[in-house]
Ligand binder design. Structure first.
Ligand code: 13P
Ligand code: SF4
Length: 318
């Protein structure tokens, strides 16, 4: 990508500081291109969790949102984990508190609690097992059949998992404001304009349940894949298909085009932009490394319990 000279200079300074401070940069697929291009590893929530656990550096600069940096700290507590901007939150993670989970559990005392990784450490500490969009189906499939399941906080991912596994699941009514707007009407309009395209849909999308239903019925008139962001990159790189309609946050277009430069990727909604992911800029990454801000801390007792839920997820090899 052709960056301006000032941008290239800043990237060089970031690389120099990384070496000097023995730091690594982990970035999510929704980060702005220049941040992804200066990172040591770019991936989805599952890939980033695995990477955070094995990183052998003194500092992890996490270019993503708060719950992701917190997960890195939980998995690798000896490291200094930095988030370049504390405003990088998540509307989905904000849709449930630990107190909400405790109250819900009290209503279903025998249930197992499955928590999406998009939650705070305190919420994870109340869960039996975590999931990401890459492994939610496989993790839930392995839960004992006689147990009730509480799934939180994303209702679209929850409905997707319930349909795929055939399990009876109680679902928390949370949503991500970026993905909820990607409804079935928007998909239909995009498909009408690009009937040849294969459809890649993130399971957090408002349309995911309808897409799955119509795809199974065979009436969607196109190939449809419901995947995590990492799954989309793998699928698009390996598939013989040439054109893809992409239903998720638009940051994904950069790694998709990087991994499959000869293919065409069209966003279903070019305004599907996560303001939290976009608070992280190259300037803030540079400041984060220079001043070692903002350090993420997790209460040790909360960490211990949250770690169990994350570890149970990581044991499932997907
Ligand atoms: P992925 O794990 O698929 O990258 O999703 C993370 C996320 O926050 C989706 O909005
Ligand atoms: Fe959270 Fe949605 Fe942004 Fe993902 S896209 S970080 S779920 S607000």
């Amino acid at each position: 990508m052709g960056y301006a000279p000032e941008t290239l200079e800043m990237m060089e300074e970031i690389r120099r500081l990384k070496r000097e401070k023995r730091a690594v940069i982990l970035a999510h697929n929704y980060q702005v291109p220049e941040v992804q291009d200066v990172a040591d590893f770019v991936g989805d929530s599952l890939g980033l969790s695995r990477k955070a656990r094995e990183v052998d550096a003194d500092i992890i600069v996490f270019c993503g949102v708060h719950f992701m940096a917190e997960t890195a700290k939980i998995l690798n507590p000896e490291k200094k984990v930095l988030l370049p901007d504390l405003e990088a939150g998540c509307s989905l993670a904000d849709s449930i508190t630990a107190e909400d989970v405790r109250r819900w559990k009290a209503e279903h005392p025998d249930a197992l609690v499955v928590g999406y990784i998009n939650t705070t450490a305190e919420v994870k500490a109340e869960c039996d097992v975590c999931v990401t969009s890459s492994n939610a189906v496989e993790v839930v499939q392995r839960l004992p059949e006689d147990r009730e399941i509480l799934f939180l906080p994303d209702m679209f991912l929850g409905a997707f998992v319930a349909r795929k596994t055939g399990r009876k699941i109680h679902i928390w009514p949370g949503e991500c404001h970026v993905h909820a707007r990607l409804g079935f009407r928007t998909i239909r309009q995009a498909q009408a304009a690009h009937p040849e395209a294969t459809l890649l849909v993130h399971p957090e999308c408002g349309c995911s349940t309808s897409c799955m239903y119509f795809a199974e019925e065979g009436s969607l008139g196109a190939r449809v894949q419901i995947l995590s962001t990492g799954g989309m990159i793998r699928y698009a790189s390996e598939s013989p298909d040439r054109t893809f309609l992409v239903a998720t946050e638009v940051g994904i277009l950069h790694p998709l085009r990087k991994h499959a430069p000869d293919k065409t990727f069209i966003p279903v909604d070019a305004e599907a932009i996560c303001p939290y992911m976009k608070t992280i800029t190259l300037e803030k990454v540079l400041r984060s490394l220079t001043d070692e801000v903002y350090e993420i801390h997790v209460d040790p007792e909360v960490r211990e319990r949250a770690l169990q839920a994350i570890e149970r997820m990581l044991e499932v090899n997907v």
